[in-house]
Each structure stands twice: as structure tokens, then as C-alpha cells.
Write a protein that binds this ligand. Structure first.
Ligand SMILES: *[C@@H]1O[C@H](CO)[C@@H](O)[C@H](O)[C@H]1NC(C)=O
Ligand SMILES: *[C@@H]1O[C@H](CO)[C@@H](O)[C@H](O)[C@H]1NC(C)=O
Length: 365
């Protein structure tokens, strides 16, 4: 199940002055996806609830009630609210059942030839990632539904095994036979690797651990969530194979790692408390939200327009300069296979700055 980890829980924090009812705690744990959790921050113990993101909407009215009642310091009242919340969570979990959990799958073509309009043709094979000890059989899919922001061509042109989706597995019965499709919530594609490297290991989402780290030394600043599990742990950083690629936009990737949980998925394994990454799957909806429009500066004939690029890959105009080509480095820019060159003139001399973006990502200018 995909639950929000405790530290990024919704702003519902009960400041309890007494111990928690053990029985309620175990009910919450059994329902797996609404776990009572506790954090100690600046010497203060706070309790909260970790709730699956798709249920947050459901809890909004309760939070409002809680805020209204919060002025009271009555211990009984706190206990009442806590019990009420836990009970609601358990009921919601039971009502929704396991089918409502979005899971992550690797997708590859089935090899079966399908007419473009054939409805119940088994086009793809989905493999659930991070299966652990209990193996889940591969599923044949007749279709994959993408959210509108996703470029379907970019998704479906991924080489076998390089497409990763998060979504709901749905089935329909047609004349006694069951057919499956996935309604996706996120779509990722592997950033191309060079030298025939293949990704391997476990699939992770990264975030910030909220462990307060002073500068220098090893500190578990990275929160590591194992996809399709409740496993949540911290790491002291990552080793990223793309670092050494020509023109690779490092700032962009590092921001993707920490920018919410669904911008990138990394595959790799723990080595000495760090994650050694073997491949990164980036969300095809990038940048999210799309870049704000920019207007080209009106420069005189002797001048060129200059720009800068953000870590989201968005360009913004910085003005006009008189180019001084003699001071610019004389380099022929090339990218690794699977990447395209993007360049723009920069202040102060109008020299070109360049990056290599993955070919399948939407162009931003
Ligand atoms: C999740 O954590 C448990 C306990 O640490 C471990 O046994 C299990 O293998 C982990 N699952 C995955 C998929 O990493
Ligand atoms: C969708 O992706 C394909 C393949 O990467 C590309 O050729 C096409 O221009 C993209 N379409 C849009 C609207 O970005």
C-alpha cells in the first residue's frame, strides 16, 4: 500500500499528554494504511496519522471539526477525537479495500500482433515491481489509460522494460474471459543509460528525511520509500550514474528526486548507507506544472537575446548583450545517445550554454 509517511502527513497533529490506547493503535496498524505515528521534534512529542494520499480529501471535514475543537484542553476531548479518527480510518479502509491502491508496474510489449482498433487484444505485459518473497504473476493488458498530460507516443515508444507506471489494475469480463487494463496515475521512462548498462535492484522514491543535518559528515538526510511497500527508511545520499554524462542537467535531476514523491523513481540498492543508483525513471509529465510563457526580448541588430534555464528546464529571458564570440569556448557540443542538445545564448558575452535533455521529454522551448 502507498501511504503517506508520517513526516509528510497532513497537518493533523494531536498533542496528546497521555499514552495512546494500545488497542486502537493495533487496529490502525492492522488496517495498514492509516497508521498512528509519532515524531519527536525539538524535544516535543507529537502524534499524527499517516493517511493514503487518495483519502486526504475524505478527512478534510474532520480536520475542520478538530480545528474548531482544538481550543479546548480537555484530555477526554482529545481522546474522543483520536478514537473517532481511528474508527473512521478503519471504516474507510474496509470500504475501499485493497483494489483502490495504486501500484507500480514495469510494462513491456507482449509480442502479440494486434490490429490498431482490436479491443481485447493482449498488447502489453505488466510486472509488479518490488515483489519481495511473495511472487505476483505477470498480467496481460489490453490497454493502458494515460492521463491527458502524458505524451502517449513518448510512453509507448519506450524500449521493453523502460516504461514504469503507477496505476490501478482494472478488469472487465467479456464472455467469460477476464481482460485487464491499467488506469495510470503516474508514467515514468528510464533515462537512457550508456555503455549497455542495465538498471537492476529495488525501485525507490526519494524525499527529505527531516533529520536535521549539520553541514559535513554523513547524515541520513534522504528518505527512501520502497515502491509498492510500506518500507520507509533513511539513507546518507545516493551515487548517481548520470553524473558523468556529457551535458547532463544534474540540477534538474536532483530537484526531481526531492520534488514530491512522483517526479522520479530510482532503481538500485543500499551500499554503505547510500543508495547506489543503477537507473532513474523520470515522470513524463515534466515540467509539472508546465513552464510559464516567456517573451523574447526585442534586441537591436548588433545584440543577441540572452536567457537562463531553471532546474525545472524552463527558460527565461535575461536581456540583450553585444556578443563577443572570441571569448566563448570553442567546443563542439554533442550528447550521449538518447539525449538531445538544447542550447541558448547567455549573458554577459552571448556565449552558448548547453544541456542534454532526454529525447523523450517534452520540449520546453
Ligand atoms: C521491506 O522491509 C522488510 C523488513 O525490513 C524486508 O524484509 C523486506 O524485504 C522489504 N521489502 C522490500 C521489497 O524491500
Ligand atoms: C510526443 O513524443 C514524440 C516521441 O518522443 C514526439 O515526436 C512528439 O513530438 C511528442 N508530441 C508532443 C505533443 O510533444
Amino acid at each position: 500500500m502507498n501511504c503517506a509517511p508520517c513526516l509528510i502527513l497532513l497537518s493533523l497533529v494531536l498533542k496528546l499528554k497521555h499514552t495512546i490506547d494500545e488497542r486502537l493503535y493495533s487496529i490502525a496498524l492492522e488496517s495498514r494504511c492509516a497508521v498512528l505515528c509519532c515524531e519527536v521534534k525539538r524535544g516535543k512529542k507529537r502524534f499524527g496519522l499517516s493517511i493514503p494520499s487518495n483519502l486526504i480529501q475524505f478527512f478534510k471535514p474532520l480536520i475542520r471539526i478538530y480545528r474548531q475543537l482544538q481550543i479546548s484542553t480537555s484530555r477526554n476531548l482529545e481522546m474522543f477525537i483520536l478514537k473517532y479518527l481511528l474508527l473512521t480510518i478503519v471504516l474507510v479502509n474496509v470500504a475501499l479495500g485493497a483494489t483502490e491502491t495504486a501500484l507500480n508496474y514495469q510494462i513491456r510489449p507482449s509480442g502479440i500482433t494486434c490490429a490498431p482498433t482490436a479491443e481485447n487484444c493482449k498488447r502489453f505485459i505488466a510486472t509488479q515491481v518490488n515483489q519481495g518473497a511473495k511472487k505476483v504473476a505477470d498480467v496481460y493488458l489490453t490497454s493502458i489509460n494515460f492521463v491527458s498530460q502524458i505524451n502517449k507516443t513518448a510512453a509507448l515508444s519506450a524500449p521493453p522494460g523502460e516504461l514504469l507506471v503507477e496505476g490501478y489494475l482494472r478488469s472487465t469480463a467479456v464472455r467469460g474471459e477476464t481482460f485487464y487494463r491499467i488506469d495510470t496515475t503516474q508514467v515514468y521512462r528510464l533515462l537512457p543509460l550508456i555503455e549497455n548498462n542495465k538498471p537492476s535492484g529495488t525501485f525507490f522514491h526519494f524525499g527529505l528525511s527531516h533529520v536535521e543535518c549539520s553541514t559535513g559528515g554523513n547524515c541520513p538526510y534522504l528518505r527512501v520509500h520502497t515502491l509498492n511497500t510500506n518500507n520507509l527508511t533513511n539513507a546518507e545520499g545516493f551515487i548517481n550514474p548520470y553524473e558523468k554524462y556529457r551535458g547532463f542537467p544534474r540540477g534538474w535531476l536532483e530537484e526531481r528526486f526531492l520534488d514530491g514523491s512522483s517526479a522520479a523513481v530510482s532503481q538500485g540498492s543500499f551500499v554503505n548507507n547510500k543508495i547506489e543508483i543503477t537507473g532513474v525513471y523520470v515522470n513524463l509529465f515534466d515540467p509539472n506544472p508546465v513552464c510559464p510563457p516567456f517573451t523574447n526580448p526585442q534586441c537591436s541588430n548588433a545584440q543577441v537575446a540572452t536567457y537562463m534555464r531553471s532546474n525545472r528546464r524552463c527558460l527565461s529571458a535575461t536581456g540583450c548583450v553585444t556578443p563577443k564570440p572570441t571569448v566563448c569556448p570553442k567546443i563542439v557540443y554533442t550528447c550521449e545517445p538518447g539525449y538531445r542538445l538544447v542550447s541558448f545564448a547567455m549573458a554577459p558575452n552571448g556565449c552558448y550554454s548547453w544541456y542534454c535533455d532526454a529525447d523523450f521529454l517534452p520540449k520546453t522551448y
